[in-house]
Design a protein around this ligand. Structure first.
Ligand code: HEM
Length: 428
């Protein structure tokens, strides 16, 4: 007989329960679903069911039809973490999403237009100019931990680099970085007892108010200036001859800060964990540490392996088919990205971490219209940090079992104590 929790199939329940992701790696659930029911009607602990898409093929089909067959804006791109988040009256994030207040929650032509406005800043030639900054910040972070020969890699290294880089790109004053970091943790993992300040909805709501208010304040201050930072650029951006509204300024600020931070941190942690679990893979990559090409390939495998944005949700805008299932207009469809990236039909030896995997056309950065705008920046940060770590942290060992966040969106590593032999402080 199938295992049940509260009258629901256990797998269904678990997928809608953030705490499950803190305690368990979900790969076994995904493998069962890919094998038995790859487009699976899922009845969890939310008020309505949804389709779970677990194979690469159908996942790609959903993303390829974004803004037409599937909508982001209708109900958002995130499965509510808790029944409270399903109600717009409680959830400011859901209201802003439905209003299309951020790039990542917009459909159709308005999305195309705003994306074009931000695209140049994150295009490869402009991101390449940030390499000096990324190197300087990476050295600062590593030189703080190298003398001790031990650190919590998640907090002391992996969380710091993306936070410092995106904060610099947004020209957020250093004195405010710590507050933004705390608010971001509350927003990304409101179910996690380490970050919560009340119920999940209260925690996420308080964080959203703080980050939105902060970003809006900076944007309005900078609107009249000629700054080149992301907030100044946003403040001066016009769509169809009109400046962005206050809600758009605030929510896009939050989106960039959260998107640029949580994901990269989780990817660095999961990649290092995988390398430490396989010393021959670590030795192989270390021998390639002076080859940017090999490091770039490794970073793609970090992203496939980690898939830090574990799921994305869409709403069907018309009747359609996914696999052999009939999807009805209005149905919610959740793509489990990590499962798609472990699909044996799409990746040779999918369950193995291979630092030199080629080809590696993973869905870790998404696919299609909403493909990650920050992908070049994330790749740069991870390549540079990886290069310094391979050179300067020898014999890295993960101490104990890493602690994961209670989130079915960002179920990443929040603590990962490591020990290592320092090579030498890095010359600035
Ligand atoms: C390893 C790091 C990262 C991963 C794995 C990642 C992953 C993703 C994924 C899967 C999406 C698509 C969401 C969807 O289809 O609904 C996305 C969108 C996005 N990401 Fe990233 N991301 C990363 C880093 C960054 C960084 C550093 C930034 C900073 C600027 C960023 C900014 C964005 C934005 C703005 C979008 C929305 C694009 C749109 O809707 O048109 N991301 N990201």
């Amino acid at each position: 007989m199938l295992e049940t929790i509260d009258g629901r199939a256990a797998d269904d329940w678990n997928l809608t329960n953030p705490s499950f992701f803190a305690d368990t790696k979900p790969e076994a659930v995904y493998a069962r679903l890919r094998r038995d029911d790859p487009v699976h009607w899922t009845e969890g602990r939310l008020s309505r069911g949804f389709w779970s898409v677990t194979r690469f093929k159908e996942a790609q089909q959903v993303y390829a039809n974004d803004n037409k067959t599937f909508s982001i804006q209708q109900a958002g791109n995130v499965l509510p973490a808790h029944p409270d988040f399903e109600d717009e009256a409680n959830s400011e994030a859901l209201r802003l999403t439905r209003d299309g207040a951020s790039l990542s929650s917009m459909d159709g032509e308005p999305h195309n237009v705003l994306r074009r406005a931000f695209a140049e800043m994150f295009a490869l030639p402009n991101v390449a100019k940030l390499e000096t900054l990324v190197r300087r910040l990476s050295v600062e972070i590593l030189n703080d931990v190298l003398p001790t020969g031990a650190c919590d890699f998640a907090i002391d290294v992996a969380a710091k680099l993306p936070l410092m880089v995106i904060a610099d790109v947004m020209a957020i004053p250093r004195r405010d970085w710590h507050d933004m970091y705390i608010w971001n943790n509350m927003f990304a993992s409101p179910d996690d007892p380490e970050f919560s300040i009340g119920t999940p909805i209260e925690t996420a709501g308080a964080a959203l108010t703080k980050i939105n208010g902060y970003c809006l304040g900076l944007a309005l201050e900078r609107r009249a200036g000629d700054g080149a930072d992301l907030i100044s650029v946003m403040a001066r951006t016009e769509v169809d001859g009109r400046l962005l509204s206050n809600e758009q300024l605030a929510y896009n600020g939050l989106m960039f800060f959260a998107a640029g931070h949580e994901t990269t941190r989780n990817t660095l942690c999961a990649g290092l964990e995988a390398l430490c679990a396989d010393p021959s893979e670590m030795a192989r990559l270390r021998s390639h540490r002076h080859e940017p090409g090999a490091l770039k390939v490794a970073v793609e495998e970090f992203v496939r392996w980690a898939t830090p944005l574990n799921h994305q949700m869409r709403t069907a805008m018309e009747d359609t088919k996914l696999g052999d299932r009939d999807i009805r207009k209005g149905d919610l469809v959740v793509v489990w990205n990590l499962s798609a990236n472990r699909d044996e039909a799409a990746f040779r030896d999918a369950g193995r971490f291979d630092s030199q995997r080629k080809p590696n056309a993973h869905l870790g950065f998404g696919f299609g219209k909403h493909f990650c705008l920050g992908a070049h920046l994330a790749r740069l940060e991870m390549r540079v940090m990886l290069e310094y770590m391979l050179e300067n942290m020898l014999d890295i060992e993960v101490l104990g079992v890493p602690e994961r966040s209670a989130s079915n969106l960002f179920p990443g590593i929040k603590h990962m104590p490591i020990r290592f032999t320092p090579h030498a402080p890095i010359a600035v």
